[in-house]
Design a protein around this ligand. Structure first.
Ligand code: ZN
Length: 328
């Protein structure tokens, strides 16, 4: 309780800043002048906010943590009756509409940020089941894939390629962008988080190694990464470089898995995949104060991808009338 009180005080203090003072000198910059950590396309801030917090506070945190383009999200199950936990908005499509209206209200107070709204659609969400209201209220869509097997590379690959195809279908049905969330999260959960670490994982030591054999990566992530990369590139469906996944990897204390995930993304990039940055932050207060999630900007630096190299982000900004490069 104590930490909650302290946090509320901190947030109240910031509200003075969010009310409009000091904003005029910070115009919204073009992509060409942004850094990767300025772009976070996966920021849970609706019904997944802790009780008693406001969207204004979440956007203020986004702003002071360097974010300028923010994709607000929440799991779709929070609005379609699957998961009624949370109180910010009603657990229905009407609630998602309230989230949208709240976003548009807050956007006016933050002219130096760009806010977008996307539902995070679970693995079982089918494109043709998405209701008209959801499509109308969303700027883009975040799609999760299932990971059906703890042993079979071919089953997991088939599932992910099918999800890429469904995500393409969502793009065609709605005329809006969509991407695949955290393609390596389930494997990381399996290898590092939810079960005992196997000795071969603990003992992996790839100090300084940047390139891995495809078999090494496929074995670790239980996916045929090149096949996934080729499918995503062919169908023009971006994949996400997810901060929460990399946070989980760093939590293991093992350097090798982080090098492997960066190398896996390098394989996807070589295949021609578009990669999108997202922190997947659900809150920014755990115990000691302001601890949230991070956009994995260092991974993008490793990959040689800049804020200008993100077609999904460029498209969303251009639709809002923003310049991608400075024109005057
Ligand atoms: Zn998420």
């Amino acid at each position: 309780m104590k930490s909650k009180r302290v946090l509320t005080a901190v947030l109240d203090e910031q509200d003075g800043v969010s009310s409009g003072r000091c904003l005029s000198e910070r115009a919204f910059p073009p992509c060409s002048e942004m850094l990767v950590h300025n772009i976070d396309m996966h920021y849970h801030a609706g019904r997944e906010r802790p009780e008693g917090t406001t969207l204004d506070q979440f956007i203020q945190h986004a702003r002071i943590s360097g974010r300028r383009v923010v994709g607000l999200t929440d799991h779709l199950g929070k609005y379609n009756g699957d998961n009624a936990e949370g109180t910010s908005y009603k657990p229905t499509m009407e609630g998602f509409g309230q989230y949208r209206r709240d976003m548009e209200r807050v956007q006016k107070n933050f002219p130096d940020l760009r806010l977008f709204l996307a539902p995070e659609i679970g693995p079982w969400g089918r494109p043709r089941d998405l209701c008209r209201t959801l499509k109308d209220l969303s700027d883009f869509f975040i799609c999760e894939a299932a990971f059906p097997s703890h042993t079979s590379i071919s089953k997991n690959t088939k599932e992910l390629v099918e999800k890429i195809r469904e995500t393409r279908e969502i793009m065609e049905l709605t005329g809006k962008p969509a991407y695949i969330a955290h393609p390596f999260r389930s494997a990381i959960n399996l290898r590092l988080i939810k079960y005992d670490l196997e000795p071969w994982v603990t003992e992996s030591n790839h100090k300084g190694k940047e390139n891995f054999l495809p078999e090494e990566l496929n074995k670790f992530f239980l996916l045929d990464i090149e096949r996934v990369g080729r499918a995503a590139a062919e169908m023009n469906v971006p994949l996400e470089v997810n901060g929460n996944t990399q946070f989980r990897i760093r939590s293991s204390n093992l350097p090798a898995p982080l090098q492997m995930v960066w190398s896996a993304f390098k394989t996807l990039k070589i295949c021609g995949c578009e990669l999108v940055p997202g922190s997947d932050q659900h809150g920014f207060t755990v115990g000691v104060g302001r601890i949230g999630g991070a956009v994995p900007a260092d991974c993008f630096d490793f990959l040689g991808i800049t804020a200008s190299d993100m077609p999904l982000v460029r498209r969303l900004l251009m639709q809002r009338g923003d310049n991608i490069i400075r024109t005057a």
